[in-house]
Design a protein around this ligand. Structure first.
Ligand code: BES
Ligand code: MN
Ligand code: ZN
Length: 486
């Protein structure tokens, strides 16, 4: 969908979208439109329950006196901030997508938030149709053009082009990776696609198996050893400023069968999105580079497939991590932490970052605790945790903080190695996973985001269609703005 900006005016064709504040008063162009239509809009409101409640909609077809083929009234409640503007934009797209209108003009009521409305609409317009060969035209969105009619059209247009549109691309980039099935997206193919980031100025280094063996990333390689697909680690750098970088680390398990500790078959297909953490990191790198951020950022993703086979890692195997610490692999399905352990230790030693944030679809326990609204936050640093919580609220990728404590760490004690890869029993499963990671970060400011519940959704939200959410892209982009660029 093409998004553009224009000065406020009623359109000559297509759909006309008017915002209505709580209470249902028609103001400005909305009242002009109502007059031109001899009161058809106010009569439609009176005949319905629509009263301007945020994100409620009311459609009026072909009102005589207006050129528009339809009028959509959309509620903006009683406090229209940038966050709600995004949701209203997304709501407008979804309400019109399959209405039949090819173009729409959204008359925006205030300066300052019109670019946010455009962003929300464009985020909602994401689709992943590449494997549908029989999609009929009536099942495709017809809406191809959205014009935002706003008093600040010029400034908003510039801001959207330089910033919002870059975010839309980055989120779509991440959602595409998460949507791809495991037979198409595997470590090697994923790493190849990431070379495309060089086009936006990110430097990309791909480590193949031999390089990872030389580096002694044995906990990561242990996860990959049962698969016919070789592991890859990809390091992405954007140096838009001097000083130590912020490091973003992502779990990229392109398919997680559980390995020898195999998962039950029901629902296993969902484990194609076990690379959601890595997608957040690569999406954030794209957003950051896309808007040429004045920040120094290094992203690293560990790409592996977790399979059972004759060469697979066994429960009970002991592996020596990049950090030198040994791990007894009690459960081969607790593989994400084994991948992250080597990435964390490596990125900290190699780049001495000012802070590290890792993202991973790490535990089913996180989904039990928080379902799909919040992701879990674990951190050894108050300032970093606060910054992440604030960024999450600002972009509606919310976080809830969980504790770290020695008592949970003790649950990882092994009889024969420095640690086990799971706790004793299933209690506090998301926390023991975080405690495991903590053993690989030393004194560096670090945060771990368990996004197992938020990487994928079965229920559409205003700016997030069903399927891959791209959760984390906007959160990390906002964190970098707040921490590095201000
Ligand atoms: N990728 C899974 C976690 C997961 C489960 C994400 C469900 C999204 C939905 C992870 O690798 C895993 O299998 N974790 C185990 C850990 C357990 C063996 C300690 C889990 O949560 O069951
Ligand atoms: Mn697993
Ligand atoms: Zn996993």
């Amino acid at each position: 969908m093409k998004v553009s900006f224009a000065a406020p005016a009623l359109p000559r064709s297509g759909a006309l979208v008017l915002t209505v504040a709580k209470g249902g008063a028609l103001e400005g162009l909305a009242s002009e439109a109502d007059n031109a239509a001899s009161g058809a809009l106010s009569r439609a409101m009176a005949a319905s329950r629509f009263d301007g409640e945020a994100k409620a909609t009311l459609e009026v077809l072909a009102p005589s006196g207006l050129d528009a083929e339809r009028v959509l009234l959309v509620g903006v409640g009683d406090e229209l901030d940038a966050r709600l503007a995004e949701d209203v934009g997304g709501t407008v797209f979804s309400a019109l997508a399959k209405s039949g209108s090819r173009s729409a003009t959204l008359v925006w009521p205030q300066a300052g938030s019109s670019a946010a409305a455009a962003l929300g609409a464009a985020l909602a317009a994401y689709r992943f149709d590449k494997y549908r060969t029989r999609l009929e035209d009536k099942d495709r969105p017809a809406l191809a053009e959205l014009v935002i009619a706003a008093h600040d059209a010029e400034a908003a247009g510039r801001s959207y082009e330089e910033d919002g549109a870059r975010i839309v691309e980055a989120v779509a980039f991440a959602r595409d990776f998460v949507s791809e099935p495991g037979n198409v997206l595997y470590p090697e193919s994923y790493a190849e696609s990431l070379r495309g980031l060089e086009d936006v100025g990110v430097s990309v280094d791909v480590f193949d198996r031999a390089a990872l063996e030389d580096l002694k990333m044995a906990t990561l390689l242990g996860v990959a050893q049962g698969s016919a697909r070789e592991a890859r680690v990809v390091v992405m750098r954007w140096q838009g400023a001097e000083g130590p970088p912020i490091a973003l680390v992502g779990k990229g398990v392109t398919f997680d069968t559980g390995g020898i500790s195999i998962k039950p078959s029901g629902g296993m297909e969902e484990m194609k999105w076990d690379m959601g953490g890595s997608a957040a990191v690569v999406g954030a790198m794209r957003a950051i580079a896309g808007r040429k951020a004045a920040a120094n950022v290094v992203g690293i993703v560990g790409l592996v497939e977790n399979m059972p086979s004759a060469t697979a890692q066994r429960p009970g195997d002991v592996v020596t991590s990049y950090s030198g610490q040994t791990v007894e692999v009690i459960n081969t399905d607790a593989e994400g932490r084994l991948v992250l352990a080597d990435l964390l230790a490596y990125v900290i030693e190699r780049y001495e970052p000012r802070a590290v944030v890792d993202l991973a679809t790490l535990t089913g326990a996180m989904v039990m605790a928080l379902a799909h609204e919040y992701a879990g936050l674990f951190s050894n640093d108050e300032a970093l945790a606060e910054a992440l919580l604030a960024a999450g609220e600002a972009v509606d990728e919310k976080l809830w903080r969980f504790p770290l404590h020695d008592v949970y760490d003790k649950m990882l004690e092994s009889h024969i190695a420095d640690m086990k890869n799971i706790g004793s029993g299933r209690e506090a499963g998301a926390i023991t996973a975080a405690q495991f990671l903590k053993r690989f970060v030393g004194e560096t400011a670090w945060a771990h985001l368990d996004i197992a519940g938020t990487a994928w959704t079965d229920k559409a939200r205003a700016t997030v269609p069903k399927g891959a959410t791209g959760y984390g892209v906007r959160l990390l982009d906002r964190l970098v703005r707040d921490v590095c660029e201000s």
